[in-house]
Ligand binder design. Sequence first.
Ligand code: SF4
Length: 392
Amino acid sequence: MPSPVEQPVFPPANAPLSPRAAYVHVPFCRHRCGYCNFTLIAGRDDLIESYLTALGQELAQLGTPREVDTIFLGGGTPTHLPPPQLQRLLELVRHWFPPTSGYEFSVEANPADVSDERVAVLAAGGVTRLSLGAQSFDANKLRLLERDHDAATIRSAATRARAAGFALSLDLIFGTPGETLDDWQRDLDAALELQPDHLSTYGLTIEKGTTFWSRRDRGELLPVDEERERALYLATIDRLTAAGFEHYEVSNFARPGRRCRHNEVYWAARGYYAVGPGAARYVDGRRETNHRSTTTWLARVRAGESPVAESETLPPPERAREALVLGLRKLLEGVEYRAFATEFGFDPHELGGDELRRLITTGAIDDRDGRLRLTRDGLLIADWIWSRLLRG
Ligand code: SF4
């Protein structure tokens, strides 16, 4: 066990009393895409009304409205809600999480849903940032991913978002079966033409329980090999940084001053509220996750029972270890030793022990100027590094 630095303080003396960020999970989609294992219920729009009622009940458990700096509506697809219900959702969220001035309010959107009417509802509801699930501009790739939009739909959604004054983020997926470096470069170029403020790029992962998983087992889907996936990832970093984006997190790129402040709360290991099926919150040092099944969550909330499926309070060293891993995801700042020790009560070197020393010696983590930072080599094995450091 690592030894605490001087006087360990937990919870940290300078931590805010209440979280300043809120996440709301909206579990509806038209259909489930073959690669998706998020918490959602497809083709059950008949449950939207019950969901809104239950969400109001879950939020009422807060007792009093909680002021926040950032709100994030994710899913599922928040914009799958018809405009009147989307409006009610926004009103409900803003009532319980009144935002401070200069707030950030992000909503995940499916390009095909971004109609003039929905954009007007989002703007009137105080949304400041649209995160568009573009995934690709290539018709074959979008078909393979079972998405219901095309490149023209992404472009018009982006134009509408811009006209409404939203900051624009695009999600893209790389490493789909058969994808070449040229294919991916074309996707990046098409995304950059839309002049987004922010880009999130994810390598396709085939998760157990998805139809992609069974298709791969039957030999119908052949994933790209690791070497290709690395080449695509490195090409992403080179192309986007050359275009003026900061590579500020493993999968995230932003124009200066345009980072996702809400996600930065997670990476700083700070607290956040969360409501809705499958939502995970971190309040007063306690981590809780709601039931993933929308129908179970609904039934429990409506019966006045707790929607929580799992809950734990991490002991200080584990919490610090988790904060170390989250902090290393912040590629530009990394982990500043002193600030980390003050906030989490442990010296990061002692916490990381031999494992961290090895990672520094092998060049996966850079250790200088009072900070630990993941290197380009480290980025390529980031998931492996996290598992080593969390093991303690
Ligand atoms: S639209 Fe997004 S959340 Fe919905 S099923 Fe497809 S990938 Fe999953």
